[in-house]
Ligand binder design. Structure first.
Ligand SMILES: NC(=O)c1ccc[n+]([C@@H]2O[C@H](COP(=O)([O-])OP(=O)(O)OC[C@H]3O[C@@H](n4cnc5c(N)ncnc54)[C@H](OP(=O)(O)O)[C@@H]3O)[C@@H](O)[C@H]2O)c1
Length: 385
């Protein structure tokens, strides 16, 4: 069977990203008589930052970046850059910023920070009076308990240690994010916090780590006989970065403040599989195999088989109704998956990423041979031809 032509039907913006995803998009054309709004993006050149910057530009913002000028320095070279190290103690990095920025007002500030929460409080202590609307990319990891369904924004957050006095004090990710949120709430009211989960985009979340190439989209793109854990009715959630970014713009335009869970609606695994099929090509055959049998054969939920979680069952169930009512729209999963596959094909035109045991002995999901072998054993066990 012939492969679908993935570019067919893609939106203009996605097509542009496909041909040249790491270049700056042009500035949007402004109507005569309108003044551009200003945006400061703290970070902006990693995984989700570029999508935020591109969307702000496309929506007519004048964008300035703030980072150390170390990561992906080829990106957005035509934009003003404030070179600043937020991890210096005693606000030394912030204090070294050119004095002209001491009076600059930004309509919008987007902060993607995930390291020391002290860097978030330091920034706000210095600049809070110069910000129209502060947006912070947080995570669902801020919730204390995950073993219930329909987690809403008012659920208790992680119990917290004292706020760190220095940048170098170390905490685990969930605590850093929760402390950062607390720091924001204590300092300003004009904020929106996006508690997201499992972000997916054209870009890979960590290009250096093979596992972050999207396993299921690639597996369906390759076609053939496909092994699946028989958890058709498990719920799962993930976040399309483009949809989240559109919501950031929406919140800026409509002054939507507060905390929001951001992800697709809880989706059945079998519906995700339908979207995978729709975005790629019809597989030769799907083999829905019992979880116990997969575990016996070394396919461990989540660690080895992405999106299959046993505890809590499924891959999350966060209530996103508050965001939907405020204007959040998650694109169809098939669009998001198509973007992921296009990104993969751009990075690996020879489709040469190999899953399974790696040269250093680590496992990245499972190999085609393992998959074939388990399917064969499963058929034998169940008398399937
Ligand atoms: N992946 C997921 O599924 C997921 C889920 C939920 C939430 N999140 C959150 O999403 C966010 C993703 O962020 P991202 O990495 O994609 O953001 P990003 O803004 O695209 O990239 C990180 C930026 O931070 C800058 N930076 C790093 N250290 C710095 C320092 N000391 N001082 C100043 N700037 C510094 C980097 O530039 P330089 O190195 O040049 O300084 C880079 O531009 C994180 O907050 C994460 O917690 C992710």
């Amino acid at each position: 069977m012939k492969k679908r032509k993935f570019l067919k039907g893609m939106g203009a913006a996605t097509a542009l990203l496909f041909t040249n995803p790491f270049e700056t998009l042009g500035q949007a054309v402004m109507m005569p008589g309108t003044t551009k709004k200003t945006a400061l993006v703290l970070g902006g050149r990693g995984f989700i930052g570029p999508s935020i910057v591109q969307s702000l530009l496309a929506n007519g913002y004048e964008v300035t970046l703030l980072n150390r000028n170390k990561t992906n320095t080829h990106l957005f070279n035509n934009l003003p850059l404030i070179v600043c190290d937020r991890e210096k103690e005693d606000k030394a990095g912030l204090k070294s910023i050119d004095s002209k920025y001491g009076k600059t007002y930004w309509d919008v500030v987007v902060d993607t920070w995930q390291k020391s929460p002290k860097a978030v409080s330091d920034f706000l202590d210095e600049f809070k009076d110069q910000i129209g609307h502060y947006h912070y990319i947080s995570t669902v990891s801020v919730y204390d308990k995950w073993n219930k369904k329909f987690i809403v924004e008012t659920e208790p957050l992680n119990p917290l240690p004292n706020f760190p006095k220095t940048i170098k004090e170390e905490y685990r990710y969930a605590i850093r994010k929760t402390l950062a949120e607390e720091a924001i709430r204590e300092r300003i009211a004009n904020y929106t916090i996006y508690r997201s989960h499992g972000m997916r985009d054209f870009r890979s979340s960590n290009p250096k780590k093979l596992i972050d190439e999207p396993f299921w989209p690639i597996r369906f793109y390759r076609g053939g006989e496909i092994l699946l854990p028989n958890v058709k009715n498990h719920h799962m959630q993930m976040t399309d970065v483009k949809s989240m970014v559109n919501f950031i713009i929406h919140c800026s335009n409509h002054k939507v403040f507060g905390e929001y869970n951001i992800a697709c609606r809880p989706t059945l695994f079998k519906d995700y599989v339908s979207s995978l099929i729709h975005a790629t090509k019809k597989p030769e055959k799907l083999h829905w195999i019992d979880g116990d049998f997969l575990i016996e054969n070394g396919l461990i939920p989540y660690k080895v088989v992405p999106f299959w979680r046993t505890q809590p069952q499924g891959s999350y169930y966060f209530n996103v109704q508050k965001a939907i009512e405020a204007g959040f729209e998650h694109r169809p999963l098939v669009d998001m998956i198509t973007d992921q596959i296009n990104g993969y094909r751009y990075r690996h035109p020879n489709d040469d990423v190999r899953f399974g045991k790696q040269a250093d002995g680590t496992m990245k999901c499972y190999s085609p041979d393992q998959e074939k072998d388990i399917i064969k054993k499963w058929k034998l066990k169940n008398g399937i031809d």
